[in-house]
Design a protein around this ligand. Sequence first.
Ligand code: LLP
Length: 415
Amino acid sequence: MHYFNYKNDKLYAEEVSVEELAETYGTPLYIYSHRTLVRHFNAYKDAFAKFPHIICFALKANPNLSILNIFRQLGGGADIVSGGELFRADKAHIPHEKIVYAGVGKTPKEIEYALKKDILMFNVESDQELEMINKIAQKLNLKARIALRVNPDVDPMTHPYISTGLKENKFGIPIESALEHYQFAATLKNIEIVGIHKHIGSQITDLSPYVNALERLLLLIEKLKENGINLKYLDIGGGLGIQYNEETPPTPAELINKILPMCNNLDITLIVEPGRSLVGNAGILVSRVLYTKKGAQEFFIVDAGMNDLMRPSLYKAYHSILPVAIKKRPLVIADIVGPICESGDFLCKKRKMPALFQGELIAVMSAGAYGASMSSNYNSRPMAAEIMVDGNKHYIVKERQTWDSLILGENVLTL
Ligand code: LLP
């Protein structure tokens, strides 16, 4: 569900014409819909109703400060995976008691920063990480709150690159030996055990793996209790899928309504870490056709490349691509490609679509998650501008990068 719709054959972001926005701000251009972001967040919030919970937005999906600020105003926290993400969460004034920190490779510097910020908890992924956190907490004369990230060995049935809860994945601690790891954590003086965490993968469109993984965790929570380890937080991770094409993912309400009855007799605060399902369909990437050409194959060459949206190149991910103005055109089979010097630089391949002409605009849909956040300067291309639409108003939330800023921090070495 989102607020990008056609009116009289022209695409609108809420009440504003996308064509007008492209004229004003240039292309490639990320456009976010404020109304969609609020609606998505409230879908989680309403579903939790009276159960104690924290909705920790996974910053990696889209760390734009204005987006963080919107979720903070609605009561959200943050799921972070780096010192840089903590810095951003801090800049957006996200309360530190609503920040959880995952990731297999937290550096000593990042751990120290997070301890000083007194975040809610570290989602710890190994014994060595536990020891490192303990050592740094001891130096600072603090106690570090931790959860163990448990790998439940469940197949999330998604793309292998974004599946995280199988035993062959690098994430978490194997569920079979989790008790021993908790017991080890309990021996460390500057560690306070407060929770348990899982995250099995992303773009999950079927609830059964989610439920299976949770069942395994609930059994473990029982076992921990029997061994005198009582937890305050159960972090169920993120991962809920969205519609890119013909998927029919469950809604946040369907997910939460399934989970709450399973947790009803636990005296625990639930944490959920949605990324994609909050921001994915709330953003589009608008791009202009630079050239068209036809050889053995029809190509529409646009001004957005794999550096702006990496998902099609990296995962062969499908994004719906719509004309910004609908025209009566014959259907063709074409590739929409970017300006980058790689054959892997495409937004779609062999897609049946109405023909495009030079100068026309396209909208790559569902680009709000893992779009701007995964963009790069490859081919020394400045990163796209990002704007937020709210009703009939629009605001720039990230300036288009300049050529000058491309070389910031570089020195010309003259030997
Ligand atoms: N929590 C943890 C510990 C995670 O690793 C992730 C995502 C999330 C929460 C949020 O998951 P979400 O609700 O967004 O599915 N670049 C890929 C997605 C990678 C996801 C990595 N972890 C893509 O473009 O599809």
